[in-house]
Design a protein around this ligand. Structure first.
Ligand SMILES: Cc1cc2nc3c(=O)[nH]c(=O)nc-3n(C[C@H](O)[C@H](O)[C@H](O)COP(=O)(O)OP(=O)(O)OC[C@H]3O[C@@H](n4cnc5c(N)ncnc54)[C@H](O)[C@@H]3O)c2cc1C
Length: 290
């Protein structure tokens, strides 16, 4: 911390981008600070705190849910908008992040930029076909789909002159089901595995499906073979068992400090099925406590 010479707190996004432009290369964007405080890059001497930059909003507009990068993950847990989208999978993932004090600090932008294998949000955002609005100090802006942002470490996708502004999630016109599960030793522990499933339904048939696991590798993994098995089918237990088995067969997990690759495969087979079952139950009025 001693090499930090300047702390900046812009009052809006334009000011934030102007300040980032002036300090290119030596300015770090400070959001919740839960990662940055642990590892400030050696080149950084200025912190740009975006807490007042107007990025703290959750709105529905033009068929999209817009979530500002500055939204604390605790707000996702409380958000009615997030609770009704795909069975509340995003709210549930947010509720599983760390402890209450951490959830009051960690932002959607920080959690999407600083991706660890066990991160809770990226897999859900991938399953919901989210896209990120990114603005640059040059004035340019672009949309980065979650599948692009999370295909590599986000710091290698964004340039130092770019800022994550918001994440946009399409609101499906069809009936949408979903569920999220974090498998961990305790509620506040890092995940051994995370699973997100989302289903789009026309009458009783699945017309689109996403099955995404996290903590199996460095980045979240979509299991498309399992998704394909679900499409054009009416949901039932046998189908879910088959999809989960294919998901586990297709996944090539990497062992980590606590869990072997084989154990992660085993967890995938169990929890993809349970997550699919839970998506159905949630749609019938059940809760995560059931
Ligand atoms: C003890 C502990 C336990 C945790 N447990 C979990 C857990 O169970 N699940 C989980 O998912 N996470 C967990 N986390 C959080 C995770 O590891 C990161 O610390 C967190 O997601 C970072 O978010 P932040 O808002 O604090 O970002 P910061 O620490 O402020 O920033 C992180 C990085 O993102 C960049 N950044 C931030 N916002 C933007 C933006 N808008 N545009 C561009 N770049 C940006 C920063 O410059 C920095 O490089 C835990 C953290 C701690 C400390």
């Amino acid at each position: 911390m001693s090499r930090i010479k300047e702390y900046l707190r812009p009052a809006n996004l334009e000011e934030a981008l102007a300040m980032l432009a002036r300090g290119a290369g030596r300015t770090a964007i400070l959001a919740g600070g839960t990662s940055l405080a642990l590892q400030i890059p050696a080149s950084v001497d200025t912190l740009l705190d975006i807490a007042d930059a107007g990025l703290d909003y959750i709105t529905e507009k033009d068929g999209l849910v817009h979530i500002g990068a500055g939204v604390r993950v605790a707000s996702l847990v409380r958000s009615d908008v997030c609770r009704k989208l795909y069975g509340g999978a995003l709210a549930e993932a947010a509720a599983n992040i760390g402890s209450t004090p951490l959830r009051n600090l960690i932002t959607v932008g920080g959690a999407s930029f600083q991706v660890m294998p066990w991160s809770d949000l990226p897999g859900v955002l991938l399953a919901m076909d989210a896209a990120f609005l990114v603005k640059s100090t040059s004035g340019a802006e672009r949309m980065v789909p979650a599948q692009t942002l999370f295909a590599r470490q986000p710091r290698t996708v964004l340039s130092p002159s770019e800022l994550l502004v918001e994440v946009q999630i399409p609101i499906p016109e069809l009936a949408h089901l979903g569920a999220y599960q974090k498998v961990a030793k305790t509620r506040v522990d890092y995940a051994a595995l995370t699973v997100t499933v989302t289903l789009l339904m026309r009458q009783d048939l699945v017309v689109d499906a996403r099955v995404v696991v996290g903590a199996a590798k460095a980045l979240p993994t979509r299991l498309q073979q399992a998704e394909q098995v679900l499409v054009n089918q009416a949901p039932n237990r046998q189908l879910f068992v088959k999809a989960a088995s294919i998901a586990a067969g297709a996944l090539e997990p990497v062992r980590d400090i606590r869990y072997s690759a084989l154990y992660k495969k085993h967890l995938t087979k169990i929890w993809v099925r349970r997550c699919l079952e839970r998506a159905l139950k949630l749609n019938q009025g059940g809760t995560y406590a059931d």
